[in-house]
Write a protein that binds this ligand. Structure first.
Ligand SMILES: Cc1ncc(COP(=O)(O)O)c(C=O)c1O
Length: 372
């Protein structure tokens, strides 16, 4: 049997008619840039997330960068990020000239460790720390109460990296709608995926939303009159209308992911493997289903690949050890939990369309390895 990490063909087939006619309308109107479809999607996304404002942008990386700019983070300012996340969390901060300041992760949730953040904030730092970016990794929220408390105490801006968690809830509030800004990615492989790159920023502050609208569109409000040093980070209308169709299905898709995760969890009970830990304050939308084993993740993933199962390692090298961040001066051993997670965690394929037969084959194959 061959099981891919994700099968977008299966997801798109049943909604193909709706998506085709939405795209056709954009082509018929030739409203390719900031057409009516963008505003419509922004309104629906804001309502879905319970945020006052949603600003469509070019991708999740730009969503983080623009949020930092709109909140006044300047070149040379320190921005706290977890060491164990996708590159773009810290890459976006470095991209605007800010300095990523890494924190370790919590060993159970894989999200940023409050203890590690506190340690940074109570120590002497070379840079003035202006912001923190908690990442809702794999689809479950970081401890936003704890983050906000520290942020208030130290006057930090909070940008939630909700790239992997659109639709997840922290104490009943949607991921991305809690901090000063929330950055979302609609990369095709995300739970809500566009047909190319796309992203969104959520905020409840009018002044920030206004700055974001200007910053994403070459710094102008009225064409050819540039108020701010903006960028071309607009959301394409074609992507917006595709996302608007898909948004209607998101809750049912996320529910199916949760059911698949429950099935995996039940099937792996009693085995020597750590299943996802979901604290009471958050729901999990299982962008990824991540397991942890004392056996090297590479060995398990190789075995699953040989069985035709596309298991993955997210992420094999923490950010503080990446070549591109060498200039920051971190060393091996600085963030032990991040380094351990990189060695021990791996995914099982999870998406709404997986069949029971496929799930059983995945579990059976994994059990062969963790038993033997
Ligand atoms: C945690 C995280 N942050 C940021 C990004 C960046 O999003 P994008 O690929 O849309 O630029 C991603 C996704 O790729 C991500 O997983």
């Amino acid at each position: 049997m061959k099981i891919s990490a994700l099968d977008l063909k299966r997801q798109i087939a049943p909604i193909r008619g709706e998506v085709d006619s939405a795209i056709k309308e954009v082509i018929d109107n030739t409203s390719f840039v900031l057409g009516a479809g963008v505003g419509r999607f922004e309104e629906n996304a804001a309502k879905y997330c319970g945020a006052k404002y949603a600003i469509g942008v070019s991708n999740g990386t730009d969503a983080i960068a623009l949020s930092l700019l709109a909140l006044g983070v300047k070149p040379g300012d320190g921005v706290i990020c977890p060491a164990f996340t996708y590159y773009a969390t810290a890459g976006a901060a470095a991209g605007i000239g800010a300095v990523p300041v890494f924190a370790d992760i919590d060993k159970d949730t894989y999200n940023i460790s409050l203890g590690s953040v506190e340690k940074i904030l109570s120590g002497r730092n070379k840079f003035k720390i202006k912001a923190v970016i908690p990442v809702h990794l794999y689809g479950a929220c970081a401890d936003m109460d704890g983050i906000l408390k520290l942020a208030r105490k130290h006057k930090l801006k909070v940008i939630e990296d909700a790239a992997q968690a659109f639709g997840a809830e922290f104490k009943g509030r949607k991921a991305g709608s809690i901090g000063d800004c929330g950055a979302v990615s609609f990369y095709p492989g995300k739970n809500l995926g566009a047909f190319g790159d796309a992203g969104l920023i959520l905020t409840n502050k009018k002044s920030v939303a206004e700055r974001l609208m200007i910053l994403r569109n070459q710094g102008n409000k009225n064409k050819y009159y540039h108020l701010l040093l903006g960028r071309n980070n607009r959301l394409d209308t074609i992507q917006a209308v595709v996302l608007d169709v898909k948004l209607r299905y998101l809750d049912q898709w996320n529910k199916k992911r949760q059911e698949a995760a429950d099935y995996y969890n039940r099937s792996l009970e009693g085995f020597n493997i750590k299943r996802p830990y979901v604290p009471g304050y958050t729901t999990h939308i299982y962008h990824q289903y991540v397991l942890r084993s004392a056996v090297s993740n590479k060995v398990i993933v190789e075995y699953l690949h040989a069985k035709g199962i596309d298991s993955r390692i997210f992420y094999p090298l923490p950010l503080h050890l990446q070549k591109c961040f060498k200039y920051l001066g971190y060393r091996k051993g600085d963030f032990p939990e991040s380094e351990k997670a990189a060695r021990q965690t791996f995914t099982l394929p999870i998406y709404p369309e997986l069949t029971l037969e496929e799930k059983n084959y995945i579990i059976q194959s994994l059990k062969e390895k963790i038993n033997g």
